[in-house]
Design a protein around this ligand. Structure first.
Ligand code: GP9
Length: 404
């Protein structure tokens, strides 16, 4: 009976997102290049410091792309690996540990596998030790044709933990150009990793009062990562793949800098609990579609679980046969977004759980007025969010997909 309930739950979810509108299959056969940017948060998009834009390349690309301004990371303790897992599988990461480490041998419906079965050459690129986050094993299980890790890159731009993003992108493009098309390429950057201590030679911003603080260094790191992104786009144009590739760029998780005062000083206003919660949980998402005609800002809530079904929609692959939880960013409804902590939003309400995880002790906000409503309006969606997380956890830990 429980399995039937789960099957029904997934069928309803698929029904809500499977809208055969004009974007369904509109980019059938295109290459797909996904960039997951380390600690890339949403709050500084479009902003300046010391008279310079922090993310000029991202801002420029926004003019010919779809920008999702309320995109949430849905990660837990598995951090970068969780962002990867939830984006590729459209399931939640676990409440403790990383799925990559704990259950790499369980079955998931993941993008590389699905696209590989449809003739795509699939590859994942990350210039760090292949064993970190158990990637060697997990990527094999996810069906990637290739995993290019640190050993496949020339360390010609040592920076931070490993290779600088500029060289990483340049070399990744070289490796990619050896692949057959259409390809699915997933690039994971690293230069903007905590503690953000890039050498002076790479710093370009005048961060003023934040100079030599971790917050100022974070802005510098993001500015560098953005410059690398600009070079990636130029490189894609030079290689002749810009016009037949969907580019999907998003941040993996927050920057682990929790001090509210930094954000208040940077944004120049006092921040409420709701403001701060959104700041720490929102990452930017930019989707550049071949032709660049689909542009604009989509402010509906959305999140990392939405990546796989949304890309499959653009490529004309129905997702009703897959055990995916996410929404379709290209369907007309308003997505329901659940974070690993149990926080959620349906676009109208926003629930922030309390540390003791008791429903009544959480905070329920109305987004239109950004004020607390009292707890009751959040009760029904709270149960819905709880159910979703429970189903995801059971599916993963008990390896239920092959049994459903
Ligand atoms: C290292 C990188 C860092 O390979 O993925 O992961 P994080 O520490 O951000 O989870």
């Amino acid at each position: 009976q429980e399995k039937n309930e789960m099957r029904d739950w997934f069928a309803k979810q698929a029904e809500a997102r499977n809208e055969t509108n004009e974007s369904f299959g509109a980019y059938r056969g295109s290459n797909v290049l996904v960039v997951q940017v380390e600690a890339f948060m949403n709050f500084m998009i479009g902003r300046e410091i010391g008279g310079r834009e922090i993310t000029p390349n991202f801002n420029k690309l926004m003019k010919e792309s779809l920008y999702f301004s309320n995109y949430y990371h849905q990660t837990g303790q598995g951090r970068t690996s969780d962002a990867d897992f939830s984006s590729q599988s459209s399931l939640h990461p676990l409440p403790t540990g990383s799925v990559f480490v704990r259950y790499p041998d369980h079955r998931y419906d993941v993008l590389p596998q699905i696209l590989g079965e449809r003739g795509y050459e699939t590859a994942v690129f990350h210039a760090y030790e292949g064993s970190f986050w158990n990637r060697n094993n997990m990527y094999k299980a996810m069906g990637y044709d290739h995993f290019y890790s640190k050993k496949d890159f020339t360390m010609d731009e040592p920076l931070g933990w490993s290779l600088g993003d500029k060289s990483f992108f340049r070399q990744s493009l070289e490796l990619m150009s050896k692949e057959s098309q259409p390809f699915y390429s997933f690039l994971i950057t690293l230069s903007s990793h905590h503690p953000y201590s890039l050498p002076a030679s790479v710093r370009e911003l005048d961060t003023g009062e934040f100079k030599d603080t971790i917050f100022g260094n974070y802005l510098e790191s993001i500015h560098y990562a953005d410059a690398a992104l600009g070079q990636l786009i130029e490189g894609m144009k030079e290689k002749g793949i810009w016009d037949n590739t969907i580019l999907y760029v998003y941040g993996d998780h927050d920057n682990s800098i929790p001090d509210k005062k930094d954000y208040e000083r940077f944004l120049g206003r006092p921040l409420t609990e709701l403001d701060m919660h959104q700041i720490m949980n929102q990452v930017p998402l930019l989707v550049h579609l071949p032709g660049g005609k689909a542009a604009g800002v989509d402010s509906r809530p959305s999140g990392q679980l939405d990546m796989a079904p949304s890309l499959l929609h653009l490529l004309g692959v129905p997702t009703d046969g897959y055990y995916m939880m996410g929404n379709n960013l290209f369907a007309s409804g308003t997505p329901f977004v659940v974070l690993r902590s149990g926080a959620f939003t349906d676009g109208k309400l926003y629930y922030i759980p309390s540390p003791d995880n008791l429903f009544e002790n959480g905070a329920c906000y109305e987004l239109a007025t950004r004020t607390e409503t009292g707890i009751e309006p959040c009760r029904v969606p709270y149960e819905r969010a709880k159910k979703q997380l429970q189903i995801s956890d059971r599916l993963i830990t008990e390896d239920l997909i092959p049994q459903l």
